[in-house]
Design a protein around this ligand. Structure first.
Ligand SMILES: [Zn+2]
Length: 135
């Protein structure tokens, strides 16, 4: 599961031509997960289901999906986030998922237009890796 980045640098608005492959998480998963799990999902940007599907939440304004419509840099973040979910899909835990995410994310360093954003997101992933060192 990927948490939303903190301290966003700008607030992208939904454009009228916004594609609608939206997962309305609250409705789509209402009868499929526990109340606690739902709370967890609503803090995530993407998650992998037990059945092996990866869901990208398109409704959070600060998620990489919406932000990547405005900034290419967030598409790199999203690619790394999906690699994180791929690790869960294969049945592994947060620790390995964040390790993979960090490795993939760092591979995009030179593509970032904003090195400040790169540094900020990189620090967040490193923190998450530390926080999940034992799980
Ligand atoms: Zn995860």
């Amino acid at each position: 599961m990927i948490s939303s980045p903190r301290s966003p640098m700008s607030t992208p608005k939904n454009s009228p031509g916004h594609p609608s492959l939206t997962t309305d998480t609250k409705n789509d998963f209402a009868d499929k997960v526990s109340e606690d799990k739902m709370k967890q999902l609503l803090t995530a940007q993407a998650f992998a289901s037990a059945g092996g599907l990866i869901y990208i939440r398109t409704e959070p304004e600060f998620g990489f999906y919406q932000r990547s419509q405005q900034s290419q840099d967030y598409s790199y973040y999203g690619a790394a986030a999906l690699s994180h979910e791929q690790v869960h899909k294969a049945g592994f835990t947060e620790n390995l998922a964040y390790q993979r995410q960090l490795g993939v994310f760092d591979g995009f360093k030179n593509f970032f237009k904003s090195q400040a954003l790169y540094g900020d997101l990189d620090a967040q992933i490193q923190q998450a890796l530390k926080d999940n060192a034992s799980h």
